[in-house]
Design a protein around this ligand. Sequence first.
Ligand SMILES: Nc1nc2c(c(=O)[nH]1)N[C@H]1C(S)=C(S)[C@@H](COP(=O)(O)O)O[C@H]1N2
Ligand SMILES: [Mo]
Length: 232
Amino acid sequence: MNRRGLLRSGFSLGTLGLLGGCNLTDNETVQEVLTGVSRFNDRVQAAIFRQGALAPEFPEAAAVKDFRYNAWYGPDQAPVLSATDYRLNLAGKIANKQSWTVEQLHAMPQVSQVTRHVCVEGWSMIGKWNGTPLREFLLRVGADTTARYVGFECADGYYEGLDMPTAMHPQTLMAFGLSDQVLPAKYGFPFKIRVPTKLGFKNPKYVTTLFVTNQEPRGFWTDRGYNWFSGI
Ligand SMILES: Nc1nc2c(c(=O)[nH]1)N[C@H]1C(S)=C(S)[C@@H](COP(=O)(O)O)O[C@H]1N2
Ligand SMILES: [Mo]
C-alpha cells in the first residue's frame, strides 16, 4: 500500500472507530470529531512534507491562454485595485515593515512558471505565471523565516496562510503576470500568491497584507471545512 492509501485507510478507520463511541444523531459531536480528525490529518501531512519536492512544470505550449476564473462571487464583483494607490502592508515578524507600491513590487527580479492549478471543486488548468519567488521577497524585507507561518489578507475579505517551508519553497511565487500579461484584476492584480504544491484555494489573490507569525493563520475555506494543509 502506498503512503496515500495508508493515510486514507487510517483516516477512515480512525474516523469510524471514534464515531462508534458517540451518539450519531448528535450532529455537533460528529462534526467536532471529524474536525479533530481533519486537524490530525493536517499535522500528519505537515510531518511528511517532502522538503523541496517540486510540482511538475510543463512546456509553454501546454499553458491555456484563457484561464478560468474562480471566487465565491462573479468576475464583475472582483476588486479592482489602483496601480498608483495600492500598498502592500507588512505586519508581524518582519524587520522592515515599510509598505510596497506596485512599481516597487514589479521592479523585483522575476521568473516564469508553467504549472497546473488544481481547484478542490473539481477542475484543473495549466497556466503560465510570472513573478518573484516569495522567498526572495521575505528575505528582502527581513522576515523572520524561523517563524512558522506566513499569512495573507485580501481586498475581497479572503484570507489564507502557508507554513514557512511552503512560503520559502522555490516554486511559490508572488505572481504579477498571467499568460505573459500583467495579472488582470479578476485574477488578483497586483499579485496572487501562486503555490503549485497546494490546492487552488491556498493561492490568495489581490493580497493587501502579508504577515509573519507563529500562530497558524486562519483560511477562508479552512474555516468552511477544508483541510488547512491541502497539498504536498
Ligand atoms: N482573494 C481571493 N483569493 C482566492 C479566491 C477568492 O475567492 N478570493 N479563491 C481561491 C480559489 S478557490 C481558486 S480555485 C483560485 C482561483 O484563481 P483564478 O481566478 O486565478 O483561477 O483563487 C483562490 N484565491
Ligand atoms: Mo478553488
